[in-house]
Write a protein that binds this ligand. Structure first.
Ligand code: UDP
Length: 338
């Protein structure tokens, strides 16, 4: 395959580019470096099948030659980042998704959207299956990300229904691993950096809110399985009756074209994570409480039954193993020695 990865110099995008190259595919990585970093792709830059284009996916998009896949991963993705870049976040989810879909149509390429567990907002159902519609405050500070991704899902699905584009939507739950920015504000990177520096770990609120963390290698394996799964053969109905096709897709959350959760269902509190990081870094850091951000979800845990059945995928790396690798990365990359 020859694929375009938007946001390819970001945390997830760069791991995805790396795995695609390892599988023998050709990769064009597009990134405006707003929150992405060239360092993330430094080991790929000399590779004959890899190229990097410094570009904003919201602008007119042209790529020479054939493309088999368009993977839209560009977006600020930590609460701190989308608070800092609210309009860029809305634009890349809306205009950027539109451009990326248009390119996929023009090239006859398969399209994969990086969506998010944030589409479930502050969920009233736990764990969250794909059939849950969510509880999102559109005018909350984090609404810029949630609504941009919800719009991106709607647009992607409309392109599938109306144009027959082969689309995939992955709802990514909290992910961690090497190449997170030390200052991107996410809980795992914050806690590791604080523990290694001997600073107090900043727990927001009482730390009773929960999250479920997936190691990046597991996540990328799930995304590639979703990308590479065979499309469903169109039925007679779907070829000839758009109305029937629309009804069917809306009614079938098990379709490969409907959103698929990818994440690790092991759920723990933020306080649990703080204690685990302190233990694994052998740190003398204490814990300090800070105010809870507005509309911070109280619980989050993926139901991954669909991915298990459809993709025969499930996470393999334990939280402890993943944290060990991530701690080692932060130690070596940033000369944090504790
Ligand atoms: N959090 C925290 N301390 C930090 C950073 C985050 O207690 O230094 C909390 C945050 O309030 C949330 C959880 O950790 O409840 C996960 O936050 P993150 O920003 O990683 O991602 P989110 O799941 O909120 O998108």
């Amino acid at each position: 395959m020859r694929v375009l990865v938007t946001g390819g110099a970001g945390f997830l995008g760069s791991h995805l580019c790396e795995s695609l190259i390892q599988q023998g595919h050709a990769v064009i990585c597009l990134d405006n470096l707003l929150t992405g970093r060239v360092e993330n792709i430094s080991t790929l830059l000399g590779h004959p099948k890899f190229s990097f284009v410094h570009y904003n996916v919201c602008d007119y998009l042209h790529v020479d030659g054939d493309l088999d896949g368009v993977l839209h991963f560009a977006s600020p993705a930590s609460p701190q980042d989308y608070l800092e870049y609210p309009i860029a976040t809305l634009k890349v989810g809306a205009l950027g998704t539109h451009k990326a879909l248009g390119l996929a149509i023009a090239k006859g390429a398969r399209f994969l959207l990086a969506s998010t567990s944030e589409v479930y907002g502050d969920p009233m159902v736990n764990p969250q299956p794909e059939t849950y519609w969510g509880n999102v405050n559109p005018v909350s500070p984090r609404g810029v990300y949630d609504e941009a991704k919800r719009f991106a899902e709607a647009l992607t699905t409309a392109y599938h229904r109306f144009h027959g584009l082969d689309t995939r939507i992955v709802r990514i739950f909290n992910t961690f691993g090497p190449r997170m920015r030390p200052n991107d504000g996410r809980v795992v990177s914050n806690f590791i950096v604080q523990a290694l520096k001997g600073e107090a770990l900043t727990v927001y609120g009482e730390g009773t809110q929960t999250r479920s963390f997936c190691y990046v290698d597991d996540l990328v394996a799930g995304i590639l399985a979703l990308l590479q799964a065979q499309p469903e053969a169109p039925t007679r109905d779907t070829q000839f009756h758009t109305d029937v096709r629309m009804a069917k897709i809306a009614a079938n959350p098990e379709s490969i074209h409907a959103p698929t959760n990818i994440g690790n269902p092991q759920e723990l509190t933020v306080l649990d994570i703080a204690q685990m990081v302190i233990k694994l870094t052998d740190s003398s850091s204490t814990i300090t409480k800070q105010p809870l951000p507005i509309d911070d979800p109280k619980v989050r845990r993926p139901n991954i039954d669909k991915a298990k059945t459809l993709l025969t995928w499930e996470p393999k790396v334990t939280l402890e193993q993943g944290l060990e690798k991530t701690i080692a990365y932060f130690r070596s990359e940033f000369n944090l020695v504790k």
